[in-house]
Design a protein around this ligand. Structure first.
Ligand code: PLP
Length: 327
């Protein structure tokens, strides 16, 4: 499995890792917490650009660390400018962690944005980076995925790439994630994992080897399908007056702003926050969206287009009816 992952890093990212620089975990989620538990102690700060994947904050808190959230706006395409990240770094900062393509915003860092971040990181001693690249195969042209480690050779030893099988390969339930980094850090993660789960089941690893070493055409066919779904969802959302809809470049989420609707009433219920709006939507229209607050996007809702175009069309119809009825 580790050999197959090393070949994958070589093939897709142009990176050379030896097997002792790779760990296979029970989902990318365990790879992430392995890194955090290995690096972060009480009082250490972890810079997390927002919006972020929900588990990052909880994982840092579990390690006793302090999540330092750095905000971005919808107008910035949900990307935090590097100067704002730089301003959040203190002598206590141990780690920066982000995903690109991003869950929940779908934003994809460009090569130059990645380079600017790499330059900033290289200025600091012992500052680690988790580049969560689990959506690497789900970036839609003209956006292009770039791997962070490739761009930051000075900090290669301090960069951990986290990836896994659950997104592009649709193997979510097989629970296979992996990380590549320095042999020292990976060794610490292996020792930690050895006392937690040992490792993922062999049968799942066999399946993941088959996926990683097999032909990629089904992955690319799915990427094209997600792109069509993305376009259908974004066009539908843009047709709803009052919604603020950026176009996501990757992953399978849209993160529209609902600020214009907050404080309005729906069937006598005042909807003060996205969480209340999401609850009313589920109750009345049976549409499941996720409130933006836990992702660090307090005036947005997250929608997933990991479903058929027919379901998206039906969902958009219901969303239009719902938002049209808000007074
Ligand atoms: N990282 C990001 C950005 C995710 O969105 C997810 C899952 O939603 C994960 C990691 C965890 O993936 P896994 O299913 O491999 O644990």
């Amino acid at each position: 499995m580790r050999e197959a992952i090393a070949n994958k890093f070589e093939r897709d990212n142009g990176l050379s890792f030896t097997p002792d620089q790779i760990v296979v975990s029970t989902g990318a989620k365990q790879a992430l917490i392995n890194v955090i538990m290995s690096l972060v102690g009480p009082g250490d700060e972890v810079v997390i650009p927002a919006p972020f994947w929900v588990s990052y904050v909880s994982q840092v808190q579990l390690a006793g660390g302090i999540p330092v959230i750095v905000k971005s706006t919808l107008e910035e395409d949900w990307k935090v400018p590097v100067e704002r990240i730089a301003a959040a770094i203190t002598p206590k900062t141990r780690l920066i962690m982000f995903s690109s393509p991003c869950n929940p915003s779908g934003s994809v860092l460009t090569r130059s944005e990645h380079e600017a971040l790499a330059e900033e990181v290289a200025k600091h001693k012992d500052l680690y980076v988790i580049a969560d690249e689990i959506y690497e195969h789900l970036a839609y042209a003209p956006a292009r995925f770039t791997s962070f480690a490739r761009l930051c050779p000075e900090a290669a030893d301090l960069t951990v790439l986290v990836n896994g099988m659950s997104k592009a390969f649709s193997m979510t339930g097989w629970r296979i994630g992996f990380a590549g980094g320095s042999a020292d850090l990976i060794g610490r993660m292996v020792r930690l994992q050895g006392h937690a789960t040992s490792g993922p089941p062999g049968i799942c690893q066999k399946a993941a080897v088959a996926a990683l070493t097999g032909p990629m055409d089904s992955v690319y066919a799915m990427r094209d399908a997600f792109d069509r779904r993305r376009q259908a969802m974004v066009a539908g959302l843009k047709g709803i007056e009052g919604l603020d809809v950026p176009t996501p470049d990757g992953a399978f989420y849209a993160l529209p702003g609902v600020g214009a609707f907050l404080g309005r009433t729906y069937e006598g219920r005042r909807l003060a926050a996205p969480a209340e709006l999401a609850e009313a939507l589920l109750d009345r229209e049976k549409v499941a969206v996720v409130a933006g607050e836990p992702f660090g996007a307090p005036t947005a809702i997250r929608l997933s287009y990991a479903c058929s175009e027919a379901t998206i069309a039906k969902g958009i119809e219901r969303l239009s009816r719902f938002f049209g009825a808000l007074r």
